[in-house]
Design a protein around this ligand. Structure first.
Ligand code: NAP
Length: 487
């Protein structure tokens, strides 16, 4: 298949926190992958910045080692790697001090895109933004990229936004939610807005409910202390699941333009009804088979932080009144899978005999593993025996349908290239982040007030019983969480 990769404009990309985990695991391997597919232009330059005493060669060695550890297959492209490393520089910069800033200014070129990726603690965003501005390193055309978490609640998100906006215009700020960089998430927009088929059905008249599941099989081992301060609601629901909900529920934007798309997403968040506690099930995994419990991993025997949350969310607008969205996410569950399941209503009048185990039409958008789309249909069961019905799926796995073009491109690489292109469509706007916190805060405060502990669940299960009840009460059921080895 012909490659559709179009090189971006020449750029200087400065990665603050270039020696950190995110840079080594995602950002630098992602950039190298873009280089190998020909998207990096001749004049691209990557500047690592951190406090560590490194020179360009030792930073390049760190990149080689990171590739061997996190992207071993990619690391085999040794000739390309040498060319890529020639584009890489390092500058020792202390965000909190004066070291390195004038050197960084001298490195910058005038005629290329300037982007600053802050892969550092959010507490440094304001300081780095200020220094970039004060030293004349950032220009009015420069872009600044920041990572989640965008605050811990509405108040801290407002402070972070104010810190960033003190030196950068909103049109220069790229807030990464890597879920938006996933191929299937963008495909959701193509599916909805490039096909005439779905729009007439995409409302409460035809859709019974929507289930959004992001399940992980791993626990919080290794990062329990960090996770314990956030929990599933802050770590996943307020950002990733909220983005999936917005893209599923939003009105068609008038054009595929960053602000037009983001305006529609904000309207969805603002239309969310407050969630009552009876519509939420919080869970925490217990110990099993020699493996520690959540509390063991978090290092706090009394932790009340949830490693699982399921909830029913209602959108108060004409399109969705009467069609709930059920959100579910958790750690140490039965498998690692993320999907959006749109469950359609039954035909208004059934002329065939009732079918055992009937589930009806559903459109399943699989984010991982096995990115693709499945449409469940009812057909006649072949063969004699009268008019018996069977449910079969039209299944489009992108890897099969699109061949090598479907090779999953890591979300980070796509998003970094969008930064260079100056396309903010897949990045969260400040008001969007704040609206999501304004919705999430009362839910979290409700838990803090009641001090109700989360329900325990077994590792490898689908979460606590109460999450199943949340659906059963409404006469519905969750889709099975598939195990990777079963897909
Ligand atoms: P990390 O491993 O702790 O790395 C932090 C980086 O910041 C290091 O390179 C450190 O290098 C640098 N740094 C610290 N203080 C500095 C200062 N005063 N001046 C200049 N550089 C400084 O953190 P991380 O896991 O990579 O995470 C980075 C950001 O991404 C955080 O905001 C995190 O929440 C977010 N994030 C991370 C992940 C992930 O998977 N890791 C996922 C999503 C979001 P020196 O010590 O050499 O200065």
């Amino acid at each position: 298949m012909v490659s559709r990769v179009i090189p971006v404009d020449p750029f200087d990309l400065v990665i603050f926190g270039a020696t950190g985990d995110l840079a080594r695991r995602k950002i630098l391997p992602g950039l190298f992958h873009r280089f190998t597919v020909g998207q990096m232009p001749e004049g691209a330059r990557i500047v690592g910045a951190a406090r560590s005493e490194l020179d360009a060669d030792s930073f390049r060695k760190m990149i080689r080692d990171s590739l061997l550890e996190f992207a071993p297959k990619l690391a085999q492209e040794s000739a390309a790697l040498e060319q890529f490393l020639a584009m890489v520089h390092y500058m020792r910069v202390d965000a909190a001090g004066d070291a390195g800033w004038s050197g960084l200014k001298d490195l910058m070129r005038d005629d290329v895109v300037r982007a600053f990726y802050l892969s550092v603690s959010p507490s440094l965003f304001g300081t780095i933004g200020g220094k970039l501005h004060d030293h004349g390193i950032a220009t009015a055309e420069s872009r600044i990229v920041v990572e989640k978490p965008f605050g811990h609640d509405l108040e801290t998100a407002q402070v972070l936004n104010a810190d960033l906006r003190a030196n950068f215009d909103e049109s220069q700020i790229y807030r990464i939610d890597h879920y938006l960089g996933k191929e299937t998430v963008q495909n959701l927009m193509a599916l909805r807005f490039a096909n005439a088929l779905w729009e007439p059905l995409w409302n409460s008249t035809h859709i019974d409910h929507v289930q959004i599941t992001v399940s992980e099989s791993l626990g919080v081992e290794g990062r329990g202390e960090y996770y314990d301060k956030s929990g599933a609601m802050r770590d996943m629901v307020q950002n990733h699941l909220m983005q999936l909900l917005c893209l599923t529920a939003m009105e068609p934007p008038s054009r595929f333009d960053p602000n037009a798309v983001r305006d529609e997403k904000v309207k969805v968040i603002e239309a969310l009804e407050p969630v009552v506690q009876k519509d939420i099930a919080r869970g925490q995994y217990r110990a099993a088979q020699g493996e520690g419990s959540y509390c063991d991993h978090a290092g706090d025997p009394d932790s009340r932080t949830e490693s699982f949350v399921a909830m029913k969310v209602k959108i108060a607008n004409w399109r969705w009144a009467g069609t709930p969205f059920y959100l579910r996410t958790g750690k140490k569950l039965r498998g690692r899978s993320s999907e959006i399941a749109v469950i359609f209503r039954d035909p208004p009048h059934m002329i065939f005999p009732a079918m055992e185990g009937h589930k009806g039409n559903a459109l399943i958008i699989r984010l991982q593993p096995d990115e693709g789309i499945t449409l469940r249909n009812t057909i006649k069961d072949p063969g004699p025996g009268g008019m018996r019905l069977a449910e079969v799926s039209l299944d489009m796995t992108f890897a099969d349908a699109l061949g090598e073009q479907a090779t999953p491109q890591d979300a980070y690489e796509r998003l970094i290239m969008d930064v260079i292109r100056g396309d903010q469509t897949l990045f969260m706007r400040g008001d969007e982040v704040e609206a999501a916190w304004a919705w999430a805060d009362p839910i979290i405060h409700g838990w803090e007030e009641t001090r109700q502990p989360p329900y325990p669940y077994d590792p490898g299960s689908s979460g606590p019983e109460e999450a199943l009840m949340l659906m059963h009460r409404d006469g519905r059921r969750w889709r099975e969480i598939t195990r990777k080895d079963e897909t």
